[in-house]
Design a protein around this ligand. Structure first.
Ligand code: PMP
Length: 361
């Protein structure tokens, strides 16, 4: 079978080496005669898998001892509620930066727990950029400052880490998790769903500074309290065991690639290949995002002649280039090129885009 390149925005491509390892170990994990799926989460085998996954994630990101790493469920969408429930801590206002679809959903949910102050929004220009930090209108006493480091649909990525001063900085990193180095100690909390850069759907990773725990909104259900999960080492109830196992293998794979700096370098090169084709296409293709904020993970682009959209998808499929249709809310195309998308896949897409423009331009 010739290789298929899957540009899905998530669930998304996983490293081939990881899938092969999962296949090898599927029926018999390390001589136990059992699949990881069948193991008790409290048995010593799975406890070892989970502990190693946490250790490897800590070493990849340089997570300090004053942070808890939680392996939860419910997706990033559950975090839209769980973060305010845990971090409002009696304050009146939460500060948000609005850069598009996912910021907006996080804002909508947070409004149930406090007033929301939009410090800046790029809605005025169809979310094509990240507003300059100097112009953010922050509250004097916000519970925290929330931003979305990569807008998966819009293809807008922060090229900087905001400076929140003493206010806890909170980030939804769902679609650029582990794609570049992060200074964890600048954050109060980092969260993301696993199904893009980390592993299968079903696992949500939360990294939270310990001093922020234990002050939930009255009435918060037990399962929504970070402290319960922190005290229980993410085993208060049954965690998503198989997803944690696969994520652990992905962490080892990233370590083997040379860690986040090396991964970042590859991601820069991969993204540049596609943006160059778009920018040099003589307006055959267009990217709606201002250059400094173009995502390295999700590359949105349009065919100037939209009548060619269906033909583009059809011919791409013939070349085994799959899942290139843009999000239903914006149309056009989107190529998601997460960590596990090999350079050859991006190269194949770039070549196809050039050929297609030549044949139909
Ligand atoms: N935030 C971002 C940036 C996302 O891309 C997504 C999913 N595409 C979500 C939040 C929602 O994640 P989930 O489906 O895991 O709830």
């Amino acid at each position: 079978m010739s290789p298929v390149f899957n540009f899905s925005a998530g669930p998304a491509v996983l490293p081939r080496e990881v899938l092969i390892e999962v296949q090898k170990e599927l029926m018999d994990w390390h001589g136990t005669g059992m699949s990881v799926m069948e193991m008790s989460h409290r048995g010593k085998e799975f406890m070892q898998i989970a502990a190693e996954a946490e250790e490897d994630l800590r070493s990849l990101m340089g997570i300090g001892k004053n942070y808890k790493v939680l392996f939860l469920q419910g997706g990033a969408s559950t975090q839209f509620a769980m973060v305010p429930m845990n971090l409002v801590r009696g304050k009146k206002v939460i500060d948000f930066v609005d850069t598009g679809h996912w910021s907006k959903l996080a804002i909508k949910e947070a409004r149930k727990f406090a007033d929301v102050n939009i410090v800046a929004s790029s809605e005025d220009r169809a979310y094509a950029y990240v507003p300059a930090q100097e112009a953010w209108k922050r509250s004097a006493d916000a519970a925290y400052l929330h931003y979305t480091s990569n807008e998966t649909i819009g293809g807008v990525e922060y090229p900087f880490t905001p400076d929140a001063g003493d206010t806890p900085l909170v980030c939804d990193v769902s679609s650029n998790f582990l794609s570049r180095p992060v200074e964890v100690n600048k954050f109060g909390l980092i969260y993301g769903g696993a199904q893009k850069n980390i592993g299968p759907a079903g696992l949500t990773v939360v990294i939270v500074r310990e001093d922020l725990l234990g002050q939930v909104v009255p009435g918060t259900p037990t399962m929504f309290d970070y402290k319960i999960h922190a005290d229980g080492d993410s085993m208060y109830n049954t965690p998503p065991t198989f997803a944690i196992y696969v994520a652990g293998l992905v962490f080892k794979w990233i370590l083997k690639q040379g860690g986040l700096k090396a991964i970042e370098q590859r991601n820069i090169e991969k993204a540049a290949l596609l943006y160059e084709v778009i920018d040099n296409s003589g307006d055959f293709y267009a990217c709606p995002v201002d250059k400094p904020f173009r995502s390295r993970m999700n590359v949105p682009f349009r065919l100037t002649d939209e009548r060619l959209d269906d033909e583009f998808i059809k011919e791409a499929k013939v070349r085994n280039l799959l899942q290139l249709k843009g999000h239903r809310s914006v149309g056009g195309m989107r190529a998601s090129i997460y960590n596990a998308m090999p350079f050859e896949g991006v190269k194949a897409l770039a070549n196809f885009m050039q050929d297609f423009a030549k044949n139909h331009g």
